[in-house]
Write a new protein. Structure first.
Length: 177
């Protein structure tokens, strides 16, 4: 198996075994921010983050947010780059395009449906499934729709550090003017 970044393997496990799309976003965003600007697949990492964000929005009933994120992801995902990440790029682009078509056809009622990312590297899939099992997680489990901590995670998290950092930045800007 090719050596994939740990954050990416964790993203795949969260996407398929916990369905914690918010955590998927957090994991890959942290990884992506550390990449050098010369990284050729920067856009693909952002596209994968956007797939997680789109899934999070759709599951919460925010269809316009889901449509926007799936659309942006479609513009960033490239078949060859996805292949380098062990995914079936063509199949994943079909999934994303299908979600966009559903959301366009039924913007007020397109139901959320679980989906898995299509793997091309079966050794990566096996590795992620085994790690999921080791962690006591079930691969391919459906979203626990009654778990508000998962479904509404962004509204329930502690944002005090973010609020404090923004206040400090605003105060610093004010001092300079």
């Amino acid at each position: 198996m090719r050596d994939y970044p740990e954050a990416y393997r964790d993203y795949l496990i969260q996407f398929h075994a916990t369905r914690d799309f918010f955590e998927c976003h957090e994991l890959l965003e942290e990884y992506w921010k550390k990449l050098p600007p010369s990284e050729p697949d920067r856009d693909v990492w952002v596209g994968l983050i956007q797939i997680a964000v789109a899934s999070y929005h759709h599951r919460r009933g925010n269809r316009s947010g889901a449509r926007k994120m799936f659309g942006q992801a479609a513009g960033r995902l490239k078949r060859d780059a996805l292949g380098r990440l062990g995914l079936d790029g063509e199949a994943l682009l079909r999934v994303v395009d299908g979600r966009i078509a559903e959301l366009d056809a039924h913007p007020e009622s397109a139901p959320y449906r679980e989906f898995d990312l299509p793997f091309a590297d079966h050794a990566l899939l096996q590795c992620c499934m085994e790690e999921s099992k080791r962690r006591g997680l079930e691969w391919g489990t459906p979203s626990p729709m009654e778990d508000r901590r998962l479904i509404d995670r962004h509204t329930l998290r502690d944002r005090s550090d973010i609020i404090e950092a923004r206040a400090e930045a605003a105060a610093s800007r004010k001092k300079r003017t």
